[in-house]
Structures are given as C-alpha cells and as structure tokens.
Design a protein. Structure first.
Length: 117
C-alpha cells in the first residue's frame, strides 16, 4: 500500500464542501491514479474514522490566457468521502456460543486535516 499522504493531497475548502461536512461528507484532492479503495484506506488510517462511501470525479483543467498565449491548468481528481456519523459497536459470536462486542471506537468527524492550511 502506498503512503496515505501521497494519496490524499489536500482538502477542498469551498462553500459547498463546508455545508456537506455537516452531513459527514468531506472533499479531498487525491492522486489521479488513486482508486476508491486506496482513498478509503488512506482516510481511515489518517483520520481514524469509518468510511461508508467514496465518490470520485476527474476534473478537467481550465483554459487560461495571458495576452496572446493560451495554456491550461492541470487536471485533477476529487474524492468525496462519506464517513459514519454514528459508529456503533458490533456484536459477534465466539466459541462456546458467547457474544463479544468490538471495542473499536471511531471518531464521528474530521476536525483537523493536518495539512498545514
């Protein structure tokens, strides 16, 4: 597995992404070659949250013009990650018919991105 900091480049801070964060949806700029599974594993490892869903989108760069010269900004990939806002303990059966609960405690929000922004 690649380094999670190589997969997730930076968060996208817009009005819409800020509104979506209240619903547990966080938006990140990710590596263009990253898959949904890699994004899920990176977010779970970096922020200690449980990811429910990952939506990705390839964003085309914009055409820019300076005097007579035209150019294009870089293409990039966006990932919208939905996290579990109500993590619950799961119960499973062990030998002897006894029930055991998982002791995993997940966060239910991503307060600090840790990217130095």
């Amino acid at each position: 597995m690649r380094n999670p900091h190589d997969i997730i480049i930076k968060p996208v801070i817009t009005e819409r992404s800020t509104m979506d964060s209240m619903d547990g949806k966080y938006t990140f700029v990710v590596d263009r070659k990253a898959t949904k599974i890699e994004v899920r594993q990176a977010v779970e490892k970096l922020f200690n949250v449980r990811v429910l869903k990952v939506n990705t989108q390839n964003v085309s760069g914009k055409m820019k013009r300076v005097n007579m010269h035209t150019g294009k900004t870089a293409d990039w990939k966006k990932a919208i990650v939905t996290i579990d806002l109500d993590p619950q303990e799961t119960t499973y059966l062990v030998e002897g018919g006894k029930e055991q609960k998982t002791s995993r405690k997940y966060k239910n929000s991503i307060e600090e991105f840790g990217f130095g922004i």
